[in-house]
Ligand binder design. Structure first.
Ligand code: ADP
Ligand code: MG
Length: 644
């Protein structure tokens, strides 16, 4: 007799469960997807003890017929797929027919379901994959699945579960994000009898974001609108008409302004055809969209929905269905990158000053405590430590970045302002032409607003740290350090790309000692350092000698810069691309070499700075993502003086 045996179903199911069911949140993901596939409009989830003691999901979907309710627990039993052909045009979230048998094999599961086509419902109970009972029962239409004692029969798995709080956080994040993908449905989440989330149907994604995160998060987000793009299949079989060669892609959602920075990718939510996924290609496209607007190792917040023809995306890549493969991946990559980049650029992440106190957050939703936590977690801004000496953040005026910046003032200078209410109607004052340069009738256009930088005229300095400037569209305040940092960064990058970084030779080499870790990092980035202008050589064990440095850097700063580069490399750039390493090196040089705040600048220097800033490719944020300029628009000024 041979040695190979076919595994009994019970064992096969437990093996499959290893892939599908990792933790309580993965159970919820599968059950939630089933409820959505069943056409439910209201889904309610209960959990106890982080989901390990109990998980229950109640939906008002199509329910299951009696025979189906039993069949559903057979391996590969699905109503969503009947042939291999269907596999290439999947429009449901599930299709593998694995979830229910897998979950039932590692828990005590009860299914209660009633399809309106039958007069009564069905209750099925399965413990560790064994059918305990199957009865008729009087039940409401829809389905309730209760999962108790997850992994009771797989102690090895149970050991890997984290604290209740952590498991709950995973569940909450999952439910929250599915709720964002379906603004038209009701979602409810309760834990140990406390309500954590309850959202009722709304018409738009924007309203759902508001329900889930509260109002002020919206102010830090850019609505990218709807980017529809057609892709024409390159090599269609002969005779196929154009409309059949066309594939339509639609991208919509929200991304954060560059100054919102996260340490990891956990705040990037990508949905492809309604399915929450983690996809390297799309993550890369996101990162490429923020290229040079954020430091390497920082990530944005994003909530993106990509919809396309089912044939364009293979969802059958991984059992948990969290990965996809695009048929025309590089086209999708560039399309997503350009759509996001375009939206970021158009929204002009120039910060403006609030006129009044920031708007109060809208009335909190019932699960305020939870949403507050989610919100904090979602938008905790990581602001790099200020390297400016002398001025502590607390000393600086506290600018709030709450105003949506998009619509720039459209204001006609030859138009008389409406009378101030208390003024007699006959008194019509012309608006003072404060900038002094524009002829009557010039309309300030919002689209090419970055051109406005070219016309900035320095008026003076505030606290020897900020340049005040008059522009065509109002008053500008520019952080001199951050602006100079951006100018130098782009300059170093340009010189670096052209292969001619200006260098200074050192009379005496600077010898520095490295730790073992730094030594490893140094070996990895030595080439990049050389190309960026640092000439260095190993000098004995764990010691290097630097004989030349970039011209922009003060000799006294060289050692510090080098350590800083090595430290960032160690912390953030593990597995980073060469390009990220390069940007890190350039950003560090720029930051060190840039003038500090608390430094007097004469008129000429200020003019030079503004002119150079106007030439920058990305004059809105420093390489660390901090805003460079705040703008007090003419419209706001006029409003402030009650002239409009
Ligand atoms: P899949 O979702 O891949 O088809 P599952 O094991 O998750 O496989 O579910 C098996 C079948 O059970 C589904 O195809 C569907 O017909 C039925 N089903 C599961 N959950 C529900 C539900 N909440 N409402 C109605 N039918 C359901
Ligand atoms: Mg399923």
């Amino acid at each position: 007799m041979g040695r190979i045996r076919v595994l009994p179903d019970a064992v096969a199911n437990q093996i499959a469960a290893g892939e599908v069911v990792e933790r309580p949140a993965s159970v919820i993901k599968e059950l939630l997807e089933n409820s959505l596939d069943a056409g439910s409009t209201s889904i309610s989830i209960e959990a106890e003890s982080g989901g390990r003691r109990l998980l229950r999901i109640t939906d008002n979907g199509c329910g299951m017929l009696r025979d189906d309710a039993m069949l559903a627990f057979e391996r590969h039993a699905t109503s969503k797929l009947s042939s291999v052909k269907d596999l290439f045009s999947i429009s449901t979230l599930g299709f593998r027919g694995e979830a229910l048998p897998s979950i039932a094999s590692v828990s005590r599961l009860t299914l209660e379901s009633h399809a309106p086509e039958e007069s009564t419902g069905t209750r099925v109970e399965i413990h560790g994959g064994k059918m305990i009972r199957c009865d008729e029962a009087a039940l409401a239409n829809g389905t309730v699945i209760t999962v108790r004692d997850l992994f009771f029969n797989v102690p090895a798995r149970k050991k890997f579960l984290r604290s209740d709080q952590t498991e709950l956080a995973h569940i909450a994040s999952l439910v929250t994000h599915y709720s964002l993908a379906h603004p038209d449905k009701t979602f409810e989440l309760r834990h140990d009898n406390r309500e954590l989330l309850h959202v009722t149907p709304v018409a738009t994604l924007r309203e759902r974001v508001f329900q889930v995160f509260g109002s002020h998060i919206l102010d830090d987000l850019i609505d990218i609108g709807e980017h529809e793009k057609e892709f024409l299949l390159p090599d269609p079989p002969q005779g196929v008409p154009d409309e059949e060669r066309t594939r339509v892609f639609l991208l919509r959602g929200f991304v954060s302004m560059p100054q919102v920075q996260k340490y990891n990718r956990n705040s990037i939510y990508l949905f492809v055809n309604g399915r929450l996924i983690r996809d390297k290609l799309l993550l890369h496209a996101m990162q490429a969209a923020y290229h040079n607007l954020m430091p390497p190792g920082a990530f944005p917040f994003a909530l993106l929905f990509l919809d396309c023809d089912a044939e364009e995306v293979d969802v059958n890549v991984h059992p948990s269905k969290t990965e996809v493969r695009f048929r025309h991946g590089s086209w999708v990559h560039d399309y997503v990158r350009d759509a996001i980049r375009g939206s970021i650029m158009q929204s002009r992440p120039l910060s403006s000053l609030p006129m009044q106190a920031p708007p109060q957050p809208a009335a909190r939703l019932p699960y305020s405590e939870f949403s507050q936590q989610m919100e904090n977690a979602a938008l905790r801004q990581v602001i790099p430590p200020d390297d400016a000496q002398g001025v502590q953040p607390a000393d600086l005026p506290s600018f709030t970045l709450h105003q949506p910046l998009a619509p720039a003032p459209r204001f006609e200078f030859n138009e008389a302002p409406p009378p101030v209410p208390s003024t007699p109607a006959t008194v019509r004052t012309r608006i003072p032409d404060t900038h002094g340069g524009l002829p009557d009738g010039v309309v300030l256009d919002s689209v090419h607003s970055l051109d406005i930088l070219k016309d900035l005229r320095p008026l003076g300095q505030l606290h020897e740290s900020f340049i005040l400037a008059a522009g065509r569209d109002g008053l500008w305040i520019i952080d001199q350090h951050v602006a100079h940092e951006r100018i130098l960064f782009e300059q170093v990058l340009r010189q670096r790309a052209a292969g001619r970084v200006e260098q200074q030779a050192l009379l005496m080499p600077i010898v520095i000692e490295l730790t073992a870790g730094q030594q490893i990092e140094y070996a990895q980035i030595a080439d990049e350092l050389r190309l960026s202008g640092f000439d260095s050589e190993p000098f004995g064990n764990r010691t290097i000698a630097i004989s030349a440095a970039p011209a922009a850097v003060k000799p006294g700063d060289i050692e510090k810069i080098l350590f800083e580069i090595l430290e960032t490399s160690e912390r953030e750039l593990r597995g980073a691309t060469l390009d990220e390493v390069r940007r890190n090196v350039c950003a560090t040089i720029a930051c060190r070499a840039a003038i500090k705040i608390n430094m007097r600048l004469d008129q000429q220097k200020m003019e030079w700075m503004l002119a150079e800033l106007a030439k920058c490719e990305h004059p809105t944020n420093c390489p660390h993502g901090r805003p460079i300029a705040l703008r007090y628009s003419t419209r706001d000024i006029l409003k402030g003086f009650h002239r409009i």
